[in-house]
Design a protein around this ligand. Structure first.
Ligand code: ADP
Ligand code: F6P
Length: 484
């Protein structure tokens, strides 16, 4: 890893995200245990702050319980309590019933409820106040993701001394969709409280720069948004730019090279049948991930006789996600019915064409699955980045395997030598699956080599240096101005 201490120059780093990096999970016997939180945010950010140390403010994943601050290594964790009502209105409601679908191309219809919005404001304020109490003088405060878009403005009011960075892990929608949001002005102003706003793709930053002029009267000059002077407030500028997130590629490669993981990969291959081609899907069980489209293409290939359960298996790992939200419940039902139908129609004793695993796994097990898989199938209808695609590539130091990747992921901007698909085009997905299954070894090698170069050129250290480098430059500037 690299030394970010140079970037921080002695300033405290404060991470602020909806979830802490660990989640408090209640077990059936009533006891509780801590587990790594789900999703890409933790995968990407945790290796950075493990090195650097930080104060991390976030929700511990349980409701109606006050949890005292605690430490993990060099991280000091400050839990923010949520009531069960707030979980329903702020998290399941406004964050995942309004913003998530709106920001992902309205794949599912966003729902607008004023009571959810009230709760979103209240919880954002709680986060901002807690950070304002805890952050050291002149700290760098890094706020993450769509659940906390009002925090930058609220925090700026409370603590003008800190430098505020915001990173949006999901897409920022085109202005025609953002316009639907009844609270579009408040959200735009909320974000503009930051000094630096990072996005996954160029297009996300472009979309945002369009809306700031319309909804906050703040025009963009290139990557810089100029907030005009107001009574009692001088004009200021905000950097809004793409900083595509990544993974600790070396860490994943080393994990995949360990004897335990290699042994486990061999075991998985033997359990599934060494003469079968293994296709792999890994996602949170989320309607943005295109799991239904993937299953449909796979089912049609079985129906057409292009593949059979004897020669091919699709392993679909789908980790439980947002299980109280109706759209996720519907998706789960549909996926499980489809899996049953496909296995019922095309399986035989000893050979199911689909292995469906609805649970979370350790990182070692994930690496073993990546090593065992001949083809990774990544088909989101929209995804900010998609780290699974990068993890698969990082684990394949053998330059084997093939990656099918949706062009609607942020990762597709970098991983140009994947087999790129439009997941809505089922014929195209089928063709890519067949092509990947039969990809000659030298073409596999050529593509994987290029994909690996892309992942290593922009690994998490590079990403953090670029992003935090920009934030630190702003912090330096602000200190100079304050000293004058
Ligand atoms: P998102 O942030 O939307 O969940 P990403 O693909 O960017 O999507 O990141 C998902 C992260 O979660 C990856 O690091 C992946 O390895 C991990 N992950 C996904 N499914 C599982 C699972 N079943 N068990 C453990 N980790 C998982
Ligand atoms: O990247 C999107 C995101 O919401 C992240 O904030 C988080 O890492 C992940 O998805 C998991 O979602 P949730 O916290 O809702 O389980």
């Amino acid at each position: 890893m690299f030394d970010l201490r140079d970037v921080a120059r002695g300033r405290e780093l404060v991470m602020v995200s909806n979830r802490l990096p660990v989640d408090r999970v209640r077990l059936p016997d009533g006891s509780a245990e801590w587990r790594t939180s789900p999703g890409g945010l933790v995968t990407a950010v945790e290796p950075i702050v493990r090195e650097l140390g930080c104060l991390w403010v976030g929700w511990a994943g349980s409701t109606d319980e006050e949890i005292e601050p605690f430490e993990i290594g060099s991280m000091r964790l400050a839990p923010i309590p949520l009531s069960s009502d707030e979980m329903a209105s702020y998290y399941e409601g406004f964050s995942n019933g309004t913003l998530w679908p709106l920001y992902h191309d309205v794949i599912s219809a966003p729902v607008y409820h004023r009571t959810w919005w009230d709760s979103y404001q209240r919880v954002n304020r709680r986060f901002a106040e807690r950070v304002a109490e805890e952050a050291a003088e002149g700290a760098i405060v890094w706020v993450h993701d769509y659940q906390l878009q009002l925090v930058p403005e609220m925090l700026r009011e409370l603590r003008p001394d800190v430098t505020i960075a915001f990173f949006l892990h999901i897409p920022f929608p085109p202005r025609s969709l953002f316009a639907q949001l009844p609270w579009r002005r408040q959200i735009t102003r909320g974000l503009l409280g930051a000094d630096v706003i990072g996005f996954q793709r160029v297009q996300d930053a472009v979309n945002f720069r369009f809306v700031t002029e319309r909804y906050a009267g703040a025009p963009a000059r290139g990557n810089t948004i100029v907030i005009p002077e107001a009574p009692g407030r001088p004009s200021r500028s905000v950097l809004a730019q793409e900083f595509p997130i990544s993974i600790d590629a070396g860490g994943f490669e080393a994990l995949a090279a360990s004897p335990e993981v290699r042994h486990r990969a061999q075991e998985i291959r033997e359990e599934l049948g060494t003469d079968r081609t293994i296709l792999l899907g890994v996602d949170r069980l989320d309607y943005t991930k295109g799991i239904r489209h993937r299953l449909k293409a796979f089912e049609e290939l079985l129906e057409d006789g292009e593949i059979s359960a004897q020669d091919t298996v699709l392993v679909q790992v789908a980790s439980p996600s947002r299980e109280q939200v109706e759209a996720y419940q519907r998706l789960r039902e549909e996926v499980e019915v489809t899996v049953g139908r496909i296995n019922g129609a095309h399986g035989s004793i000893g050979h199911a064409p689909l292995v469906y695993l609805h649970r979370g796994y350790s990182r070692d097990e994930m690496a073993a699955l990546y090593l065992a898989a001949d083809v990774a199938v990544v088909t989101p209808l929209r995804d900010g980045m998609n780290l699974v695609a990068k993890e698969y590539v990082a684990c394949r130091a053998d330059e084997g395997g093939a990656l099918i990747l949706s062009e609607f992921t942020g990762a597709a901007d970098e991983l140009r030598d994947a087999l790129l698909i439009n997941p809505h085009d089922i014929e195209g997905v089928k063709a890519a699956m067949l092509r990947a299954i039969h990809l000659p070894r030298d073409e596999q090698r050529r593509r994987m080599r290029s994909l690996r170069r892309a992942v290593y050129d922009n690994d998490v250290a590079h990403w953090a240096n670029q992003y935090l480098g920009s934030v630190a430059a702003v912090a330096e500037n602000r200190s100079r101005v304050l000293e004058q």
